[in-house]
Design a protein around this ligand. Sequence first.
Ligand code: FES
Length: 112
Amino acid sequence: MPMKWRWTLLFDSEKELKELMQGKISHVHRTMFGEVLLVRNNDEILAFENKCPHQNKSLEGCWLEDEQIVCPYHQYHFNLSDGRGQGMYVDKYQLKFEDGKVFLGKEKWSLF
Ligand code: FES
């Protein structure tokens, strides 16, 4: 079954996103797809579903260790590259920069 992307506008400008993440490791943002965890790893900003798969808790307050998100509740680790860890995974979203705006993309299954 092919995968498709569904996109929603996240910020009107890239500057808005950069200012929001200035000096922060993570930020929880409400979107059309629900709560999204934005994570800053050096100059790169990544987006994940804000739900730890261990007990479905928020990842707000998480931190980074060795390119992994660490859940603040029981310290499970999830890779920044694909969200995988501990035999589970956190859904990873895409960020797309187009016409100066920032869009958030979520994979969806499609029959066509
Ligand atoms: S809820 Fe995240 S590790 Fe337990």
